[in-house]
Design a protein around this ligand. Structure first.
Ligand SMILES: [Fe+2]
Length: 430
C-alpha cells in the first residue's frame, strides 16, 4: 500500500473507533463520568479541532472552519474537570464538525506531495493526527471504564494463555540502542537513537498477574509500610486503598472487578491492571525485586543479541498483527499470560506490546540530543515533573500509536489508566 492510501486507511480506522466510542446516548456523551476525565463530547470535538489546526490550516493552508471554538478545545486552557461547564458543541454539532474537518483534511491529503517541511515529510503531520485521535480514543475508553452503569461496549474475549517455561530471563550486560532516529512517525520524545550500556539484569517474561498481585493484597501488603515509598504509603492511607482500582471483595472473600459495566471474578492469569506506580513499586519490593528502568524495558523489548541491533518491535520489524499483540480495543481486557507466543522478543520476553501499559522506575526525562517537535507542549513541558514512564501500550492502544520506542508518562498515583507492570532485578549476587 502506498503512503497516501495507508494514511487514508489509518485516518478511517481511527475515526471508526471514535464513532464506536461515541455511538451512545447524548446524555452519556455530555456527562462528566469522573473528575479525572473530560466529557466524551469534548474529546470528540477536540479530535476535530487538532485535525483542523494541523492538517487543514497548517499543512493545507486553508481558512479556519470554526476559529471561535479553538479556545474551548485547547487542552492547556481548561482542566479536564472544568470542561463540562464550557459552552461545548452539542453531540450533533461535534459530529458534524469532525466530519467537515475530515472531508477537508482528506482533500488536503489528496493534493499534498507529502514532502517539504519536516512536518510534512513522509506524511508526519497526518501520522501525528492519526496517533492523536487514537490516543484520545484510549482516553475515551478509560472514561467508559470509569462510567457507572450497564455495559455499552462489547468485544470477543482474547485468545487463551499458556504456561511459559520461565518466570524471568537473564539479559546479559552490554550496549544496546534506545530510541530512534529513523521511525518516520516517532514523536519528539522517542528521538534520537542513542547507545546505552547496561549491567546484566533479570526481567520477568510476562507482566505480574492478578493471581500474583492478589497474594500481595492477601498478605497485608497494603497495610505494611516496609514495601512502600514514604509518599506512596501516605497515598494509600489518604485514599484508603486496599486493592487495584475497580476491585471489590464479596463476603466470601472472592475478589471481583468491574470492567466496562460488567462485574466478574478477577481472572488470575491476566496481567494485573489499574494499579498506580506506587502499587507496582510496592509489589516489586515485596517479592524481592524492583521495577525495570526504562532502558532495561526497551532493551528487553528490542535488542536482538544475535543481529547486534534493536528491532522496531519485540518480534521483529513488521507492524503488529493480531497474532503478535493485544492492541486496538479488539478485546476489552488484557489477554492471559502466554496468549501471544508470536510476540516474544529474542530473549523470550512476552506481552511487552499491548495488554497493559507497564510502569518503569524511570522519571519522564528527555533523551540526550532531544529537540522539541513540532511544539514544546507535546512532551518538553512535562519533563522533570513527578511523572513516571509507562511503556508498551495496552489492549486499548492502537497499533498506529505504539512502537518499541514509544514512551508514555503519567503521575505515579494514576490508576484509572490501563496500567500494569513487570518486575526486574539486578544480576549481581545471584
Ligand atoms: Fe489532545
Amino acid at each position: 500500500m502506498n503512503l497516501r492510501d495507508r494514511l487514508v486507511a489509518q485516518l478511517e480506522t481511527a475515526r471508526h473507533r471514535s464513532s464506536v466510542l461515541t455511538a451512545i446516548d447524548d446524555t452519556e456523551l455530555v456527562a462528566q463520568h469522573s473528575p479525572l476525565m473530560s466529557p466524551l463530547v469534548w474529546d470528540l470535538a477536540h479530535i476535530g479541532s487538532q485535525e483542523e489546526l494541523w492538517l487543514v490550516r497548517d499543512v493545507g493552508g486553508r481558512e479556519a472552519l470554526r476559529p471561535e471554538i479553538d479556545g474551548l478545545y485547547d487542552a492547556f486552557q481548561h482542566s479536564r474537570a472544568s470542561r463540562v461547564a464550557l459552552p461545548l458543541l452539542t453531540p450533533e454539532e461535534a459530529r458534524a464538525y469532525v466530519a467537515e474537518v475530515r472531508e477537508k483534511s482528506l482533500d488536503v491529503l489528496e493534493r499534498h506531495p507529502l514532502t517539504g517541511r519536516r512536518l510534512e515529510e513522509a506524511g508526519f503531520a497526518f501520522g501525528m493526527i492519526v496517533q492523536h485521535e487514537q490516543q484520545h480514543d484510549e482516553t475515551m475508553l478509560a472514561t467508559h471504564q470509569l462510567r457507572v452503569g450497564g455495559p455499552l461496549l462489547s468485544a470477543p474475549p482474547p485468545p487463551p494463555g499458556r504456561a511459559l517455561p520461565a518466570r524471568e530471563v537473564y539479559v546479559p550486560a552490554g550496549e544496546s540502542v534506545q530510541g530512534t532516529s529513523t521511525e518516520p512517525w516517532a514523536l519528539d520524545n522517542e528521538r534520537p537513537a542513542h547507545t546505552v550500556s547496561l549491567p546484566a539484569y533479570w526481567i520477568d517474561t510476562h507482566p505480574v498477574t492478578n493471581a500474583e498481585f492478589t497474594a500481595f493484597v492477601e498478605a497485608g501488603g497494603y497495610r505494611d509500610p516496609r514495601w512502600w515509598s514514604v509518599v506512596g504509603f501516605q497515598h494509600v492511607l489518604d485514599e484508603g486503598l486496599v486493592a487495584p482500582r475497580f476491585w471489590s471483595r464479596d463476603s466470601g472473600g472472592t475478589w471481583f472487578r468491574r470492567r466496562f459495566g460488567v462485574v466478574e471474578p478477577v481472572p488470575g492469569d491476566e496481567p494485573v491492571m489499574h494499579v498506580s506506580f506506587h502499587e507496582a513499586e510496592a509489589y516489586a519490593r515485596w517479592v524481592g525485586k524492583r521495577l525495570p528502568t526504562e532502558a532495561e524495558w526497551e532493551k528487553a523489548a528490542r535488542w536482538d543479541p544475535e543481529a547486534g541491533r534493536s528491532r522496531r518491535f519485540p518480534w521483529g520489524d513488521g507492524d503488529p498483527t493480531p497474532e503478535h499483540a493485544n492492541l486496538g480495543q479488539r478485546h476489552l481486557q488484557p489477554a492471559p499470560v502466554g496468549a501471544y507466543p508470536a510476540g516474544a522478543s529474542p530473549l523470550g520476553v512476552e506481552q511487552l506490546i499491548g495488554d497493559v501499559w507497564e510502569w518503569c522506575s524511570s522519571g519522564w526525562e528527555p533523551y540526550p540530543g532531544f529537540e522539541a517537535f513540532p511544539y514544546r507542549e507535546y512532551s518538553e513541558v512535562f519533563f522533570g515533573g513527578d511523572y513516571k514512564v509507562l511503556r508498551g501500550g495496552s489492549f486499548g492502544t492502537d497499533a498506529a500509536a505504539v512502537r518499541g520506542t514509544f514512551r508514555n508518562w503519567d503521575h505515579p498515583i494514576r490508576r484509572q489508566i490501563f496500567s500494569g507492570f513487570r518486575c526486574a532485578r539486578d544480576a549481581s549476587g545471584v
